[in-house]
Design a protein around this ligand. Structure first.
Ligand SMILES: *[C@@H]1O[C@H](CO)[C@@H](O)[C@H](O)[C@H]1NC(C)=O
Ligand SMILES: *[C@@H]1O[C@H](CO)[C@@H](O)[C@H](O)[C@H]1NC(C)=O
Ligand SMILES: *[C@@H]1O[C@H](CO)[C@@H](O)[C@H](O)[C@H]1NC(C)=O
Ligand SMILES: *[C@@H]1O[C@H](CO)[C@@H](O)[C@H](O)[C@H]1NC(C)=O
Length: 485
């Protein structure tokens, strides 16, 4: 039995292009080693007429553009203000019973106290009882007229605090979306070539606007290409390494950048609210939910946490004996720092007898697990197969087009995989939320939210399970790595 867990800031398409007998390291069999091109302005997709992929990309982009329309920032006074926005509890009561809904109406207002007439503010609703180590997110419904309905379910009894954060005003969301789709140079890449006994470095990128001769590294199957300026008298194939670093570049105006100083990000709207008292009341016991299965329809919120334990919304998770569960299975974990957390968890909870080259094997229980870990930022998974030890991509700082393309190529690889081997379980984990401190143009959660929307759209007709890590991380702590509350 094979289980794939794909973590969606980083995708490794090659794994799926091959058969189920997977081996590390990834072979380069379909990597079209080097072709040369001297055409300037090499595009994302070298094909001349719009391909199926390009059409699908523009379709998804259009949906997102509609969701995030331009909201020009004219004056700081006219953007949404957490302090001036008003919140009312609908049908308030003195006591609430466990299981009751609790609805809140938010009227967004600007810094002068005027009602907003459009929606699009990026909000985060959460209820919690820190002493019970309990939490859940709230569902936010945007009426697109400056009014929002925030719905909570009071899952547990006790003292419950409510929080509604204005992560970014709609004007900030729109500015970030515009900036995300501008420029391909937030991360700059340097290719290192061997030239006899010396090394030569040149600029590399997914989109390289240059009139000099370029090396094109094309993945023939996925039609994803990567370019480097060709060093003089050095063959393209002499590339040995790729480095990446962040470039200090901004596509936001000076005025827009003020929206993203820490004091204006994630501002509490419900500062002056008392805790809510939730009692058990004389209600019938909570009906037993059916056992969780892959690909169950998800709910909003996707679940709640109580005494540190996750309780999914639509179903119940029976405690599992990890050893039993893993018997006879091969698990491939492709991903990020959360995957590293999972590996650490596995390592400390099961007796892994072999642990090397990112391969855990327990011969006794007959399972094995493989994973890829983070080292640096690279734009394409297949580049990774060339350069040893570099295995991880962040998509947030890269253009959405690159994310769309990678997600679609992953789709195209998973689809035949599931047809060929219906026993394989593919689990996609979307991104965790991050902290709200730094580099929001590059790293804001709005970027992972739009990626999340794209992923769910792309994979909706495939038999894959999606772990809504965004909701789960909000539920636990508003923290990127929520193992400990
Ligand atoms: C906003 O839209 C909701 C849902 O359509 C409606 O009930 C509400 O009255 C509207 N509010 C304003 C101020 O227009
Ligand atoms: C590419 O560079 C040329 C010359 O530097 C410039 O005129 C052109 O606008 C650039 N094209 C793009 C798409 O950036
Ligand atoms: C590579 O080496 C050759 C031969 O030594 C030399 O002519 C050429 O200039 C070198 N290329 C670069 C970019 O240094
Ligand atoms: C979806 O996958 C699960 C196993 O992960 C399998 O039990 C189920 O039959 C599949 N459903 C379809 C429609 O293929």
């Amino acid at each position: 039995v094979l289980i794939f867990i794909i973590v969606f800031h980083f995708l490794f398409v090659e794994y799926f292009a091959k058969d189920t007998a997977l081996k590390l390291p990834i072979s380069l069999h379909h990597w079209n080693m080097v072709t040369e091109s001297s055409s300037p302005g090499a595009s994302l997709n070298p094909a001349a007429s719009p391909t199926e992929t390009e059409l699908r990309i523009s379709e998804i982009r259009e949906k997102l553009d509609q969701m995030i329309p331009p909201r020009p920032f004219t004056h700081v006074n006219s953007i949404t203000s957490a302090t001036h926005s008003t919140v009312t509890i609908l049908n308030p009561r003195d006591t609430y019973c466990r299981g009751d809904p609790l609805d809140i109406l938010l009227e967004a207002r600007d810094h002068l106290g005027h009602r907003k007439e459009y929606g699009g503010d990026f909000l985060r609703a959460r209820m919690s009882s820190p002493t019970l180590k309990a939490g859940a997110s709230g569902k936010v419904m945007d009426f697109n007229n400056g009014t929002y309905l925030v719905s909570f379910t009071l899952f547990w009894e006790g003292q419950v605090s409510l929080s509604l954060l204005l992560i970014h005003p709609s004007e900030g969301v729109s500015a970030l979306w515009r900036a995300r789709n501008q420029g391909y140079d937030r991360v700059i890449f340097t290719g290192q070539f061997i030239n006899g006994s010396t090394q030569v470095n040149t600029d590399c990128a997914l989109i390289l606007n240059s009139s000099t001769e370029l090396c094109q590294y094309l993945d023939a199957q996925d039609q994803e290409a990567f370019y480097c300026m060709r060093p003089q008298h050095v063959p393209c194939a002499a590339i040995i390494q790729m480095r990446s670093k962040n470039k200090e570049v901004s596509y936001l105006s000076k005025q827009e950048r003020t929206i993203f100083v820490r004091s204006n990000v994630g501002v509490e709207i419900m500062k002056n609210f008392n805790v809510i008292s939730v009692s058990k009341c004389n209600k019938d016991p909570v009906p037993l939910k059916e056992k969780c299965k892959p690909r169950m329809t998800s709910t909003i919120p996707s679940g709640h946490v109580w005494k540190k334990i996750w309780h999914p919304g639509p179903c119940s998770l029976a405690p599992i004996k990890m050893n039993e569960c893993l018997r006879g299975k091969s698990i491939y974990l492709l991903g990020d720092s959360t995957v590293r957390q999972w590996i650490e968890y596995f390592k400390s909870n099961i007796n892994i007898c072999k642990l090397q080259h990112q391969l855990a094997k327990d011969l006794d229980r007959k399972f094995n697990m493989q994973w890829k870990k983070k080292k640096t930022w690279l734009p394409l998974g297949w580049i990774i197969s060339l350069f040893k030890g570099i295995e991880y991509i962040h998509f947030r700082p890269l253009s959405m087009d690159i994310f769309f393309q990678r997600a679609l190529n992953t789709y195209k690889a998973v689809q035949p995989l599931l047809l060929r081997s219906p026993d394989i379980t593919v689990i996609i984990k979307t991104e965790n939320i991050r902290n709200m401190q730094n580099e929001l143009e590059r790293l804001s959660d709005i970027h992972s939210y739009s990626q999340y929307l794209a992923i769910t759209d792309i994979f909706q007709d495939l038999n894959v399970s999606i772990i809504d890590a965004q909701d789960i991380t909000i539920t636990y702590t508003n923290n990127i790595h929520p193992l400990i509350m």
